[in-house]
Design a protein around this ligand. Structure first.
Ligand code: ZN
Length: 600
């Protein structure tokens, strides 16, 4: 691609500024030490513009680095925000086999600093990038990390050193990397976020695909700006540079048949871009095509980020104003107008489709005696077709936001996650009794196998299949007592959506779904068989309703009829002794008002 050649060398000062990937002609990608060496050389030659900060450590103890490029040497985030400049954060190699963004960022930073025609890109934008986020995975280098991918010669591993996928960890924050990310994000409060990946999935002509879908759920005026000013311009500019761009994540409805079209993708907050919805910020998911060669992918990503910087530079004032409004709207969720306007928790495809022109490759579908299913063979000849795409989302589950939540202090890990996200919490200074809404949950089924180190009850999208089964949580108003030191979370704050998504049981990545409240579903007391025998006989004699239910169950459920312990427990759980176990009582209260709470 021409711009790559013309921008290259820079041996003008006797120093060779080619990046490690360029030096190898894109056969290889540098390890972390080489990457940091190159960045430190750049920082040393532009000390008034570039700074490298550490923002935490990985599980194996490696230093997480953030590179900051600020034209006037101001590196204080508050001062930068006051000056009305846009803070752009680019994240690379969260899936460390997909490291293209790292090499693209090295080249882009060099060129912004050294090429006169790019220097304006820092006029109204401060560029932050994480060269490698999943460093431990990145250093687990081999030629065998990604069978789908066309180069470079070796690459890192998808998961971190404890085999967690960091791009499923944003909400629950189990990994030290995630915790470091949230602290850094809170300090910088970026205005726009980019997450660089390489695809899995189908073969097609596009080398650069990107999705701003999650941004459409941030705030309606932000969605409008993304639709009208950002997406079409990114496509135009990147295509003009000689790449071929598709503005959407390509998830096929049917992996063996591209003509069936593209599926709706949801953005729950376990994903980076889903997390951005809760942060009230646009998030751009970049997916470079896995079968394109490394040079094509890296330079394509370079052009996408360069174009984005152009657009953010032009629209800096607009974006800053939109983010301010989005924060303000989020900070009023505790007093919604009209009162109790529903807040969407789960979105799903609306079932309606539109169509899109798609530039794929010709394919044949043949029966496979290896898989016993259908194999798809792509040929490298263009297949251009109009295919259906599930465009719109509809709200599948919503909840009216309360004024706030109250969490009993013993739920330490639940509270810890709120703090990691930077949610403002306050503590009660005395026991408090008052009216709250609480849930009674039942019918949960846990999955047989772990997912991300836990046994969650989560909905599958296109990426994950259904895991376990969410039963039901019924809301009722009651008077409850909460101990001194309980945590009060007002929904009149910038991060109100984090609190809602963490504390509403049915939210797609709630604490309850991820197992943080698993003990509430355990029955801790039970009766001896000879004790329950007596209870059962008395109940059968005194309570015709329970007797009828028991008889029905015996007839309808042979497994139950054949299980002596289940037959006795039937009576225990319906007795006051059974109820004393409080199985399924969700401990968090939904506050109707924050008035009168004993908080400091
Ligand atoms: Zn990825």
């Amino acid at each position: 691609m021409e711009s790559d050649e013309s921008r290259r060398p820079s041996t003008d000062t006797g120093v060779d500024w080619r990046t490690p990937a360029e030096l190898s002609d894109y056969r290889t990608t540098p390890d972390y030490a080489e990457t940091v060496d190159y960045l430190e050389r750049i920082a040393a030659s532009h000390p008034g513009t570039v700074r490298i900060e550490s923002f935490g450590r990985t599980g194996e103890g490696r230093d997480l680095k953030l590179v900051i490029a600020s034209k006037d040497g101001v590196f204080d985030s508050e001062e930068i925000h006051r000056s009305g400049r846009v803070v752009l954060l680019v994240q690379n190699a969260i899936h460390a086999g997909e490291m293209d963004g790292k090499d693209a960022c090295l080249a882009l930073l060099r060129d912004i600093l050294r090429e006169r025609e790019l220097s304006h890109l820092l006029e109204r934008v401060v560029l932050l990038f994480i060269p490698v986020y999943n460093i431990d995975g990145h250093e687990r280098r081999s030629p065998y990390g990604r069978i789908n991918q066309n180069g470079p010669e070796t690459f890192g591993w998808r998961a971190n050193a404890t085999n967690l996928n960091l791009n499923r960890d944003y909400m629950k924050a189990d990994a030290p990397e995630t915790r470091a990310f949230h602290r850094m994000f809170r300090r910088w409060r970026p205005d726009f976020f980019v997450d660089n990946h390489v695809t899995d999935g189908a073969d097609f002509q596009y080398d650069v695909t990107f999705a701003l879908d999650a941004s459409l759920d941030v705030f309606p005026p932000t969605a409008e700006w993304i639709r009208s000013a950002i997406t079409p311009e990114l496509v135009r500019q990147v295509n003009e540079s000689g790449h071929l761009t598709f503005p959407g994540a390509v998830f096929l409805k049917d992996d063996t048949d591209p003509s069936k079209g593209l599926a709706f993708t949801e953005n729950p907050p376990r994903f980076s871009t889903g997390q951005m919805i809760l942060e009230n910020r646009p998030g751009l998911l970049v997916e470079l095509h896995m079968l394109k060669d490394y040079r094509t992918r890296v330079t394509g990503d370079y052009e996408l980020m360069r174009s984005l910087l152009e657009l953010l530079d032009q629209d800096a004032a607009k974006l800053v104003a939109l983010n301010r409004e989005a924060d303000r709207a989020a900070a009023q969720l505790g007093s919604t107008t009209p009162p109790n306007a529903p807040f969407p928790l789960v979105l799903e495809g609306s079932g309606t489709t539109t169509s899109v022109e798609f530039r794929g490759y010709a394919f044949t579908r043949v029966p496979s005696d290896v898989s016993g299913s259908v194999a798809v063979h792509y040929r490298k000849e263009p297949w251009e077709a109009t295919i259906p795409v599930e465009a719109d989302a509809r709200v599948a589950v919503s909840v009216p936001p309360p004024a706030g939540y109250i969490v009993p202090p013993q739920w330490v890990q639940v509270i810890d996650v709120l703090e990691v996200h930077g949610v403002d919490i306050r503590r009660t200074t005395a026991p408090w009794t008052g009216p709250v809404e609480r849930y009674l949950c039942s019918g949960m089924r846990w999955p047989e196998r772990p997912f991300e180190g836990r046994f969650p009850i989560i909905r599958g999208g296109n990426v994950e299949r259904e895991m376990g089964q969410f039963g039901a949580c019924e809301r009722r108003t009651e008077t409850s007592t909460f101990p001194s030191g309980s945590v009060v979370v007002s929904l009149n704050q910038r991060l109100s959506k984090v609190a809602i998504h963490w504390l509403e049981p049915e939210a797609p990545d709630s604490a309850l779904r991820w197992g943080f409240f698993a003990p509430i579903f355990e029955q801790k007391e039970s009766g001896e068989a000879y004790v329950l025998e007596k209870l059962a006989r008395e109940t059968l004699a005194e309570d015709p309703e329970v007797k009828a239910e028991f008889d029905r169950r015996l007839k309808a459920d042979p497994a139950f009829a054949g299980d002596p312990r289940a037959r006795l427990d039937f009576f225990y759980v319906r007795s006051p002794w059974g109820a004393a176990n409080r199985v399924g009582e969700y401990p968090v209260g939904r506050l109707l008002s924050l008035n009168g709470l004993p908080i400091d």
